[in-house]
Write a protein that binds this ligand. Structure first.
Ligand code: FDA
Length: 389
């Protein structure tokens, strides 16, 4: 069978690309259904973009690479598409846009957009790939039948390694290496931290606003969640993408609040209250209990000197912890690293050394923050390749 464009992977990037490649496009995926990660994303409501998207919200060995594609297909372009399909949405927080009803609306929209020019084959496994005079020859197996598909253009949109249970494989990296492209080292991103001694078990379920910082100076102010195995919540997931094994993280509790001034005020108003009780008005009580011994919280507020209050607030704003590791690809929302952008055109996503071969979406060494940025990269990079083909 001969097609003009063969897209490997029916996820966010592959489906959106298929809508722009023109006639003679075929999309293959080994999964039973298209867009499985879209379906489960954003708690089933898909945080499909972020109104504040800029290249600064992405991590890559080349921080400039994403600029062109993001500028040529912006969050506003995708919002227009969602509006044209009449999909209701809302802004949750920090520019994050979610479907009102279901992430399935986004999948249905992508399938409708590609229907005119593209076919979709699910439950299809991908075998060897060769490049010949007429294009790329890709061996496939579907419903027990083996078939080689020849394509002038081959778009690799098979994502990263995150959540193997959902069908993630390292196929994009293998294809890149087969064609002589470099792959930067990959690791789990947007992932909870684990601690070997399960020290936070008593705090499991406690959430509090915090600033979580990593050793490179990056810090995120969002919610922090204690779990049986360690730390999670948006602030932690964001920080995990900047964390390297063996490094410490720094937690600032109550980052946007002048706790020292508040505690001094309490000396006048309710000085006979225990310091831990007063602190419990600003931090979760279970967290205060957990920290009480380390912070020597015994005594009344009235007895706390300025120096004592300053030392206490300093300790709460520089809580240094060394994670044992992360939950890894099992639960990571994304894979950091990937197909080296040095080998790709930033305008088209085409491999510079292999005409007709394109890499898009999470497979590329461009990883977004939490908050709809990763889908926006999928849409923008897919559009760059699709319109170039
Ligand atoms: P994606 O992984 O979506 O698609 C790859 C496709 O290739 C899959 O269909 C897979 O089956 C197929 N494939 C892989 N290997 C194959 C092989 N060997 N043979 C055949 N097919 C193969 N982002 C965001 O912006 N907002 C959000 O709300 C969320 N929420 C979220 C929740 C959870 C739980 C996860 C795990 C991730 C998110 N993300 C997110 C991240 C987002 O889902 C991710 O960045 C995009 O899905 C990446 O799109 P791609 O199309 O590149 O890969």
């Amino acid at each position: 069978m001969q097609v003009n464009t063969l897209i490997l992977g029916a996820g966010a990037a592959g489906l959106h690309c298929a809508a722009h490649c023109g006639p003679g496009t075929l999309v293959l995926d080994h999964a039973k259904a298209a867009g499985e990660k879209i379906r489960i994303s954003g708690g089933g409501r898909c945080n499909f973009t972020n109104t504040g998207t800029t290249a600064a919200n992405f991590i890559s060995s080349n921080p400039h690479f994403a600029k062109s594609a993001l500028a040529r297909y912006t969050q506003w372009d995708f919002i227009d598409l969602v509006n044209r399909h009449g999909i209701p949405w809302h802004e949750k927080t920090l520019g994050q846009l979610f479907c009102d009803t279901s992430a399935k609306d986004i999948i249905a929209m992508l399938l409708a957009e590609m229907a005119e020019n593209a076919q979709l084959w699910l439950n299809t496994s991908i075998g060897t790939i060769r490049r010949g005079d007429t294009g790329f020859h890709v061996a496939t197996k579907r419903q027990g039948g083996v078939q080689t598909i020849t394509a002038r253009n081959l778009v690799v949109a098979t994502g990263g390694k995150s959540i193997p249970k959902m069908g993630a494989t390292g196929l994009a990296y293998q294809i890149a290496e087969q064609f002589g492209l470099n792959v930067t080292s990959t690791r789990a991103g947007l992932v909870p931290f684990t601690f070997s001694d399960e020290k936070f078990k008593p705090l499991a379920g406690v959430a509090t606003p915090a600033r979580v910082g990593t050793q490179d100076g990056t810090a995120f102010d969002e919610a922090l969640l204690f779990t049986h195995r360690g730390l999670s919540g948006p602030a932690v997931l964001q920080a995990s993408s900047y964390w390297r094994e063996g490094e410490e993280i720094t937690i600032t509790l109550s980052p946007d609040f002048d706790l020292a001034a508040a505690l001094r005020g309490h000396r006048q108003t309710d000085g006979r209250k225990a310091l831990s009780t007063v602190l419990g008005q600003y931090l979760p009580a279970r967290l205060v209990d957990f920290l009480a011994a380390d912070l020597e919280l015994a005594g009344n507020v009235a007895d706390a000197s300025d120096a004592r209050i300053d030392a206490l607030v300093e300790a709460l704003s520089r809580w240094r912890l060394k994670p044992a590791g992360t939950e890894g690809y099992r639960t990571a929302e994304v894979t950091l690293g990937g197909v080296d952008t040095n080998g790709l055109s930033s305008k088209t996503m085409e491999a510079k050394s292999v005409p007709g071969l394109y890499f898009i979406g999470e497979a590329v060494d461009v990883t977004g923050w939490l908050g709809g940025y990763n889908f926006q990269w999928a849409w923008s990079s897919a559009h760059a390749a699709g319109t170039a083909i």
